[in-house]
Design a binder for this molecule. Sequence first.
Ligand code: FAD
Length: 462
Amino acid sequence: MADFDVIVIGGGPGGYVAAIHAAQLGLKTACVEGRETLGGTCLNVGCIPSKALLNATHHLHEVHENFEKMGLMGGAPTVDWARMQAYKQDVVNGNTKGIEFLFKKNKVTWLKGWGSIPAAGQVKVGDEVHTAKNIIIATGSEPSSLPGVTVDEKVVVTSTGALALPSIPKSLVVIGAGVIGLEMGSVYARLGTEVTVVEYLDAITPGMDSEVAKNFERILKKQGFKFILGAAVQKVEADATGAKVTYKLRKNDSEATIAADTVLVATGRKPYTAGLGLETLGVEMLPRGQIKTDDHFRTSVPGLYAIGDAIVGPMLAHKAEDEGMAVAEIIAGKHGHVNYDVIPSVVYTTPEVASVGKTEEQLKEAGRAYKVGKFPFMGNARAKAVFQAEGFVKLIVDAATDRILGCHIIGPGAGDLIHEVCVAMEFGASAQDLALTCHAHPTYSEAVREAALACGLGAIHA
Ligand code: FAD
C-alpha cells in the first residue's frame, strides 16, 4: 500500500491549495517543500512582500500628494527603511505561518526538504523514499536570465533582491516594463528613487489592452517614471558602487548607456523543475521549459500531474490555486475544471490596473464584432473625493448578443472591481444584466455599472 494517496511537490499557491483540497476530499496527503517556510514564491518573495511595500509607500505618496488638500497638515513622515522591511517580513511571516496552521488543521503532512521523483509513484526527500498513488508537481518558477547580464542580488537584482535592498537607491534602472518591474518601480519611485524603465517593446505591459497601457504609461510618467521603450539591453556592467546599462534603440540601432545605483532585471520568469529527475522519468516537456500536461493536468507519466507556474498559462498565484483545486478534484474522481477565459490579472500600482477576458486587439484579430462601453472615473463621485479620478472602466461586449467578452479597468480599486465582471462572465451575463443591477452609491463599482450602461443607451454621469 502506498504511504500517501497524494504527494504534492512544492508548497506555493498551487501546491498548498492542491494539498489542502486533496485532504478536504478525504485523501491522505503530503506536501514537500524545500524552503524553510510554506507559501512558495508568492508568499515569501512575490505577491505578498511586494504588496506590503506597495501599501507602505502608497501611504507615503498620499501624504505628499493629497494630505494638505484635505487639511491634514504637519509635513511628510521620514522613512525608516529597516522598519519598513521589518513590517514587510511580519506580513510574510503571518501568511506563511498561516499555511502551516492550515496544513495541521487539514492533516496535510509537510515533508521538509527538496523532493525528487526517482520512479513513478515515488518521491524522495533527503534519504527517505515515500510512495504515493498520485504525485502533483507544483515547483513553480524562477526569474529568467538575460544575455550579458549577471545578477549578483546586490547591485544587479531580481525581484527577490529588489524586495530586500539594504538601502533605498538614489537611482534604479528596471529592465522590463511588465507587472513586477512596474510594481517594484512604483515602490522605489514613491520613496524618492529616480526610476528608469528600459523595455524591448514599444509599449509597457505587453498583452494589456493598448488603450489602458497608454494611459497607464502616461500616469506613471506623471509619477516620475522615465521610460526608454523599443530598447534592447546589450549588457550591464556592475561594481560595488553601481551599474551601467547599455542598450540599443531598435528604431535606429543607436547605442546608449545609463548609470544607476541598482538595476532590477524584471524580464519575466521561467518554470523551475531542476532536480526533480524529469528527464530520467521521461516526462514530456514543452520548448519553453514547461511540463507538458493535458486538460486534466496529467503529464506523460501515469499518476504524475503538474500545475501552476511549472505548466503553460499565465504565471499568476490565483491561476495556480485554481489548478490546485481542480487537480485535487480530478484525483478524487470529481470534475475539476479551470475556465482559462476568465482569469483576471491585476497590477497593484496606484492607480491599479485590472483586466479579464479579451482585449480589443484580440477581438479585432479574431474578426469578431464587438461594442465598447467606457466610463471615466472623472464621473464617479467617490473617485473624485479621494483624488483618484484618473482612468476608466472599459467593458467589451459582443455586438449582437451584448454578452460580456472582456473588461479593462485603470483606476481606484480596479483589482477588486474586476471580480464583479468575472462573476458576470462566469454566468454568461450581458452588459444589460450588469446595468440593471443596483450598485451602492457612492462606490467605485458604480463606474462598472456606468460602463455597462454605456454599452446600451449611454452612461448617466458622462
Ligand atoms: P511557487 O509559488 O513558485 O512555489 C513553488 C514552490 O516549490 C517553492 O516554494 C519552491 O521552493 C518549491 N520547490 C521547487 N522545487 C522543489 C522541490 N524539488 N522540492 C521541494 N520544493 C520545491 N501573482 C499574482 O497572482 N499576484 C501578484 O500580485 C503577484 N505578484 C508577484 C510579485 C513578484 C515579485 C513575483 C516574483 C511573482 C508574483 N506573482 C504574483 C506570481 C506568483 O508568485 C506565482 O505565479 C505563484 O507563486 C506560482 O505559484 P506556484 O505554486 O506554481 O509556484
